[in-house]
Design a protein around this ligand. Structure first.
Ligand code: THU
Length: 140
């Protein structure tokens, strides 16, 4: 088991706010489902991401992977938490659970204690990656 990270409520709320901000840039003309993510690196940086759709649907990139790929491409490999929000037409009602591909990508870089904050209309729910994606596949 790796170390369990505790974030202050202020930082958690901040991450959810960044995810909402990121959602404003979502490019989702096909589904109209807008998603935003904010990823906290171990050294305290926050990387934002949004979903970016494509007319060839399979080329779409989810918000979570946009944030993770941005961070990794800039040299970050250790992450503490991600906040995710989403909704039809950018209206946040319930939580937006990360898809299976994004959970797999999280598991490549994040350990079982990685915190996943799912924002909703009046707050957020908090999970660990282990809760969302147990029995992970690994080659390394
Ligand atoms: N989407 C995300 O950005 N993240 C997820 O985890 C689930 C789905 C996006 C992809 C697509 O642009 C839209 O939501 C509808 O599937």
């Amino acid at each position: 088991m790796s170390e369990r990270i505790e974030l202050s409520p202020e930082l958690e709320e901040n991450l959810v706010a960044y995810a909402k901000k990121a959602m404003e840039n979502a490019y989702a003309p096909y589904s109209n489902f807008k998603v935003g993510a904010a990823l906290l690196t171990a050294d305290g940086n926050i990387y934002m991401g949004c979903n970016i759709e494509n007319s060839s649907y399979g080329a779409t990139n989810c918000a979570e992977r946009t944030a993770i790929f941005k961070a990794v491409s800039e040299g970050h490999r250790k992450f503490y938490a991600i906040a995710i929000v989403g909704g039809k037409n950018g209206e946040i009602t319930g939580i937006c659970q990360p898809c299976g591909i994004c959970r797999q990508v999280m598991s490549e870089f994040c350990d079982e204690n990685f915190i996943v904050l799912l924002g909703h209309q009046n707050g957020y729910k908090k999970y660990t990656l282990e809760e969302l994606f147990p029995l992970t596949f690994h080659l390394l």
